[in-house]
Design a protein around this ligand. Sequence first.
Ligand SMILES: [Zn+2]
Length: 336
Amino acid sequence: MPLVSMRQLLDEAARGGYGVGAFNVNNMEQIQAIMEAARETSSPVIIQASRGARAYTNDRFLWHLMQAAIELYPEIPVALHLDHGNAPETCISAIDLGFTSVMMDGSLEADGKTPASFEYNVAVTKEVVAYAHARGVTVEGELGTLGGIEDGHGSGEVHLTDPGEAVEFVGSTGIDALAVAIGTSHGAYKFAQAPDGDVLKMDLIEEIHRRLPETHLVMHGSSSVPPELVEQINRYGGTLKPAWGVPVKEIQLGVRHGVRKINVDTDSRLAVTGAIRKVFAESPEKFDPRDYLKPARTAMQELIATRMRDFGQAGHAGDYQPLSLEEMRAGYAAAH
Ligand SMILES: [Zn+2]
């Protein structure tokens, strides 16, 4: 099947009461790991690429690798999503390339660093929604800012999402999904200790979902940073500091309160690096890239398959017939 609208994936997830992992990719092995995990668990899936990933793959490699993915895994519904578009032009270029979903992150200005005004955020997000919905493409917006900086993106400041503003933002922009800032951060060092309710505001998600029951909520920075992966990296020569991520049970609580998309990047990076370091440390005589990229791919597949079961998307790949982007376009036109 062709790439599927992310909106449809999330609508189906809402109907089924589960969440869908959105996993970042930069290369062939990561795409293969995600698709194998999706087949293994029979999961619909969101594959996402940041601006950095698009630059790294020069767009064309990413696009053709995704074509190979849908050709080889025809039973898996896959959406291709732009993570943290910094400006309308970035989103439009992704849509023109064939992405079925984009994030317009107007919580920050186009430099990806300076916190933006509410009015700026509404204006740029609205512009992207008009262009995207006219083509059946999904839009995710963000209100509030996350901590942490990744790929040069982030203000380094946390501003929690205000539920009242969220209602106004969704009403003014018409977005399909809303990324909320509830105390999570990008990167491996999210919390200085195991997070409790003082740092991770799950009650804020409940409140936003109560006020916006039709809007799909998105949790960014939702890697769990498993201690065994950090330990493995350090055992084989890495120098990661002790790190805590978002516990899986907190994500599952979010899923019960309207979270439909869960962004995971750091955990995949840890799995890949841990596997490669192990080969380098244990078999320093090896120099064929396959000798370390194969175990890296397998480690990432195992991690993703676990997350797919954790989030509840496992077993749902065959639940529905994918709609074409043209059908999605007609649906948006009828709703506006
Ligand atoms: Zn993010």
